[in-house]
Ligand binder design. Structure first.
Ligand SMILES: Cc1cc2nc3c(=O)[nH]c(=O)nc-3n(C[C@H](O)[C@H](O)[C@H](O)COP(=O)(O)O)c2cc1C
Length: 257
C-alpha cells in the first residue's frame, strides 16, 4: 500500500512531480491546435494556489487567444514567433499598488476564520509600514531606513522593500504563480515558454493593462511539434551549499546530465 503523508501526498506523487518537472522545457514552436476545453481552466485553477506575501494576491493573468492581440504581443516581445503561434499566451502582471488588496484579503480571511481580528490588525499596521506611499508617511520612512538597518525593525517581520521597489516585490510573487502555471500545463501535456524578452509598455498597451501593473513575463502555452532536448544545469555542488556559503551540499543526484 502506498504511504500517505500527513499533508495528503503519496510517495508516487514524487515520481509524478519529477516527470512533470522533466517534461517542462521551453518551447519555441507551437502547433496552432486549440487547447482542449476545460484544460486551461484547470491549469489556471492550480496556478491560483501559488502563495503570495501576506496573501495579498497582487498578481493577475490575462489569457490571450485573440489572434489580433497575439500579433500585438509578438511585436511587444521583439517579434518572437512563439507568441503568435501558440493558441494562448498568458500575460502575468503584478499590481504595484498591491496594498490596496489588503482589506479584501483580510475580510476574506476573517470570514473563513483563517485570521483572527488581532492578527488582521497587526498585519494592517505592517502593510502600512511596508507599502504606505505618503511622501512623509511611515511607509516611505521605513523603506528608506529599512535599507540602512533592518535590525532596527526586528520586531516587525517586514520585507525591506526599499531595495527592490514595488515592482520587484510584485515580480517575485508573480514568478511563483508562473511556475505553478508551467508545471500544471506540463502535467496536462501542454508546452510553455517563459518569456522576459518583451517591452512592458507595449505589452500593457496590447492587453489594455493600466499603468500601475508591471509585467515580469508572458507565457505562450500549447503543444509543440518537437519537444526540445532537456537543457543542461550546473552541477548541484555549484548551486547547493550546506549551512554557509562555500560548503558543498553533497549527495544530490542531478536530474540532467
Ligand atoms: C524568466 C525567464 C525569461 C525567459 N525569457 C525567454 C524569452 O524571452 N524567449 C525565449 O525564447 N526563452 C526565454 N526563456 C527560456 C530560457 O531560455 C530557458 O528557460 C532556459 O534556456 C532553460 O531551458 P528550459 O526552459 O528548456 O529548461 C526565459 C526563461 C525564464 C525563466
Amino acid at each position: 500500500m502506498t504511504e500517505i503523508h500527513a499533508n495528503g501526498c503519496r510517495l508516487t506523487d514524487v515520481e509524478a512531480l519529477r516527470r512533470i518537472v522533466l517534461a517542462r522545457r521551453s518551447a519555441r514552436r507551437f502547433l496552432t491546435d486549440p487547447i482542449p476545453a476545460g484544460v486551461l481552466e484547470d491549469v489556471l485553477a492550480i496556478t491560483q494556489r501559488a502563495p503570495t506575501g501576506y496573501n495579498l494576491q497582487g498578481w493577475i493573468a490575462i489569457i490571450v487567444t485573440d489572434p489580433a492581440v497575439k500579433i500585438k504581443l509578438r511585436h511587444a516581445a521583439f517579434n518572437q514567433r512563439q507568441v503568435e503561434d501558440a493558441p494562448a499566451v498568458v500575460v502575468f502582471a503584478t499590481d504595484t499598488h498591491v496594498a490596496r488588496n489588503f482589506e479584501n484579503t483580510a475580510s476574506h480571511a476573517l470570514e473563513l476564520g483563517h485570521w483572527s481580528e488581532s492578527y488582521a490588525n497587526y498585519l494592517r499596521r505592517i502593510i502600512k509600514a511596508v507599502f504606505g506611499r505618503e511622501f512623509f508617511g511611515v511607509g516611505n520612512f521605513f523603506r528608506w531606513a529599512g535599507m540602512r538597518s533592518m535590525s532596527f525593525f526586528r520586531p516587525m517581520p517586514m520585507v525591506p522593500l526599499g531595495d527592490i521597489g514595488f515592482a520587484g516585490y510584485g515580480w517575485k510573487q508573480t514568478a511563483l504563480a508562473a511556475q505553478n502555471f508551467m508545471l500544471a500545463a506540463s502535467a496536462h501535456g501542454l508546452d510553455t515558454c517563459p518569456m522576459e524578452g518583451l517591452d512592458e509598455r507595449w505589452v500593457r498597451k496590447a492587453v489594455g493593462l493600466p499603468g500601475h501593473f508591471s509585467v515580469p513575463l508572458i507565457v505562450p502555452v500549447g503543444r509543440t511539434p518537437e519537444p526540445s532536448k532537456l537543457s543542461p544545469r550546473f552541477p548541484p555542488e555549484k548551486i547547493f551549499h550546506r549551512d554557509r556559503y562555500g560548503t558543498k551540499f553533497v549527495g544530490i543526484e542531478s536530474l540532467v546530465p
